[in-house]
Design a protein around this ligand. Sequence first.
Ligand code: ADP
Ligand code: MG
Length: 386
Amino acid sequence: MEERRRFISKEFKQLYGRLPSIWARAPGRVDLMGSHTDYNMGFVLTMTIDRDTWIAAFPREDNHIVIHSCNTPGGAFFSLEDIQRDKVAPWTNYVRGVAAVMQTSGFKLRGFDGLIHSTVPFGSGLSSSAAIEMAVAILFKTLSDLRLNPVDMALIGQRAENDFVGVSTGILDQYSSAMGRDGCGILLDCRHLTSEAVPINPALQVVICNTRSERNLVGTEYDERRAQCEEGLRLLQRFYPGITALRDVSPAMFMAQRQMLPELIARRCQFIIEENQRVLDLAQALPEDCPEPLHELFAASYSGARDLYEIGSPAMAAMMDAMLLAPGLVAARQAGAGFGGSMVALVKEGFLEVFIDHVTKTYQQETKIQAEIYAVQAAPGAMILE
Ligand code: ADP
Ligand code: MG
């Protein structure tokens, strides 16, 4: 941590001729259960990870923002009075977007010189985008002395990503990064925007297995799945007029009307409805010292994602096979939106090294890709660093 601070300080000094006076950070996250349930107003069992995004900053006397990133070339200089989308350095749109949405919401912002540094891998489903948004949000909140709670910040980040950056996402990523808890998972209710802590059995390690495969289809496929869920909801409302999201449909209610839906729509809805129930079941099972239910819940989540929601990929299948055969494995499934990216395993304490070794070798033999595998721990949500 001190080394990281020294490195960023040095870069900051080179860019801005002085040292930063304030530091903000926000973590990435991984879902332990609940793929695509967030935009269906359902539940997710999510966990922050100890990979995060930092921003070192110094407030400015004018209302300009200067922003650079140690992770990506190009930066931006813009006035808070005229925030435009940037095509040259599109990554700065995450910063611009948060500022724009905050101002639209009536907050008066102060400018700063800032430098970003992240240990969250980009585009692998661990939410580097939410981490940058929440780090920027808490920095603005503190520098501009705003009355904002973490849920407000999450909603601002989501709007920035949806409306300014132009990527549709649910609330999961931003909520997790803003509200995540040190040392435990959280059970998030995406309709009420509330959550409760879920302890993870200490005999388990959460391990990220990044397939490092391309995720080109994510955007269009994501929008298509959302539209199919909406279509399913509309059709189910004929039988259940009181429902306003798939979250309101229990597995039994769904099965009673499944045959009335077109097959593709039925498969999509079935996955969401069952996945939602699995989240609630996992919240019960995760603190316990009993591997079987964990294994079954994760396995059902993966097969549903592959066969019903169809967000799998050959690389994910190869990774799943490798994980299931590895020593110490308790449970394994996809993470994030699917179509490649990262997967997540629960591994018995003491088996980490052999697990990583085994999965790396098997996956490499099968795909010729060097996977990236590491244990993560739940870290605190967005905050100002002392
Ligand atoms: P994910 O959130 O799964 O990592 P996204 O595609 O949603 O993937 O977000 C990744 C994008 O967020 C990057 O391509 C980049 O534009 C932006 N981003 C995230 N973190 C940083 C950072 N530290 N520096 C610059 N850009 C970043
Ligand atoms: Mg993202």
